[in-house]
Design a protein around this ligand. Structure first.
Ligand code: ZN
Length: 91
C-alpha cells in the first residue's frame, strides 16, 4: 500500500487514537492507516500485505533485518554466562 499523498511505501496500520476510534475499529472491517513519511492518515479496510508477507513494519523502519538466532549462538551465550559466574571479576 502506498501513501496517496506522497507516494511513500511507509504506510502502516495506526493505533486508534481514542475510545471512539477503538469502537469503530471493532465494529467495522476498517482500521486507521498512517504514512510515516508525511503523516497522512485514513481509515481503510484491513489488509494483510499479501504481496510481501515477510516484511514487518520494523524492518522497513530500520532498513535492516537481524539474522535468525541459531542454536550455536545460544550455546556461545551459555558458555559466556557460565564463565562469568565461575570467574567473577578475576583478572
Ligand atoms: Zn505520505
Amino acid at each position: 500500500m502506498k501513501c496517496p499523498a506522497c507516494g511513500s511505501a511507509r504506510v502502516f496500520p495506526s493505533r486508534p487514537r481514542n475510545v471512539l476510534e477503538r469502537i469503530r475499529q471493532m465494529l467495522t472491517e476498517k482500521q486507521p492507516y498512517r504514512c510515516h513519511e508525511c503523516g497522512w492518515r485514513k481509515w481503510e479496510v484491513v489488509r494483510v500485505h499479501p504481496e510481501s508477507a515477510d516484511v514487518h513494519p520494523e524492518d522497513l523502519r530500520t532498513g535492516r533485518v537481524s539474522p535468525p538466532v541459531s542454536s550455536t549462538d545460544l550455546d556461545l551465550l551459555d558458555t559466556a554466562a557460565l564463565k562469568a559466574t565461575r570467574d567473577p571479576l578475576v583478572p
